[in-house]
Design a protein around this ligand. Structure first.
Ligand SMILES: Nc1ncnc2c1ncn2[C@@H]1O[C@H](COP(=O)(O)OP(=O)(O)OP(=O)(O)O)[C@@H](O)[C@H]1O
Ligand SMILES: [Mg+2]
Length: 269
């Protein structure tokens, strides 16, 4: 039998941070999962449970205390540049136009200007930002800024794209539109994507598979293969059934966190 190699394998990742009292807080606890080529994996979990920490480790921006990350079967180490990152906060360079923002990674790679222009034009067309190339970030909408960030990540053809709350801070209509755009662009580019979201409806609408994380120290407490053909109808019975299952799991986590905080002794300061 031939084993199918995963695009991304995360093995036994653990990570703690110092908590300021010469002590540490464990944030990730023994996280392992695989992502297949072309898959869109959604990750949901309570706020502060370590989702950004996990993405940063995958992208090589942070070193785990324990565990390994493999891309295309080879172990990668901090500093690798195989993963495109869409950050939780808006991160466009305000002094660069849309085009200059998008071409940033190609400049770093030292591409000559004709190849660079060709690639940037291609990606501008893919994400649908034609006509806005010369605008600066303050001259485009929040949704267009997210598309520009996506283009900036995709322009260097990363092996994997990680998106951290890529569509938060947008009004509901723009968010829905960009979810569809994100899926359209993924279909066109064939990208493998790990997508973190607070929004369960969004995760169900977009993901091929969803991992649910616990409170810290985060472990994977549930996994759902979303067996609904795309394009999905948000309000379909099938989507709502996944939504309800995931919200139930998150509600139990929330109750656990609240009961832990009630048990904590009150210390007057
Ligand atoms: N550099 C750091 N030093 C110390 N603690 C940190 C650091 N970065 C994150 N933390 C803490 O680790 C925990 C997990 O943070 P992280 O940003 O990964 O969570 P998250 O799930 O992405 O949260 P959110 O849903 O609010 O974006 C939080 O309690 C946070 O305060
Ligand atoms: Mg985060």
């Amino acid at each position: 039998m031939v084993a199918i190699m995963s695009k991304l394998s995360v093995r036994n990742l653990s990570k703690s941070y110092p908590n300021g009292n010469s002590d540490v807080v464990k944030v990730l606890n023994d996280i392992s999962f695989d992502v297949h080529e072309g898959e869109l994996l959604g990750i949901v979990g309570p706020s502060g449970c370590g989702k950004t920490t996990l993405l940063k480790i995958i992208a090589g921006l942070l070193e785990p205390d324990e565990g390994q990350v493999f891309i295309d079967g080879s172990e990668v180490h901090p500093g690798h540049n195989l993963v495109g990152y869409i950050f939780q906060q808006e991160s466009l360079f305000p002094w660069r136009s849309v085009r200059q923002n998008i071409q940033f990674g190609l400049e770093i790679a030292g591409l000559d200007s004709s190849k660079m222009n060709e690639r940037v034009n291609e990606i501008i067309e893919i994400v649908g930002m034609e006509g806005l190339e010369d605008n600066y970030p303050h001259e485009i909408s929040g949704g267009q800024a997210r598309k520009t960030e996506m283009a900036r990540s995709l322009v260097v053809s990363p092996s994997i794209l990680v998106a951290d709350e890529a569509l938060s801070n947008l009004d509901a209509q723009t968010r829905n539109y960009l979810q569809e755009e994100f899926l359209r662009i993924q279909k066109r580019t064939g990208s493998t994507i790990v997508f973190v979201s607070h929004n369960v409806d969004e995760a169900v609408f977009m993901s091929d598979r969803i991992l649910v994380l616990s409170n810290i120290p985060a472990t994977i407490i549930a996994e759902y293969k979303v067996d609904v053909p795309k394009p999905r109808i948000r309000t379909s019975q099938e989507c709502l059934a996944y939504r309800s299952k995931i919200l139930d799991v998150l509600r139990v986590e929330q109750e656990k966190a609240m009961s832990r905080s009630r048990q904590r002794p009150f210390v007057a300061t």
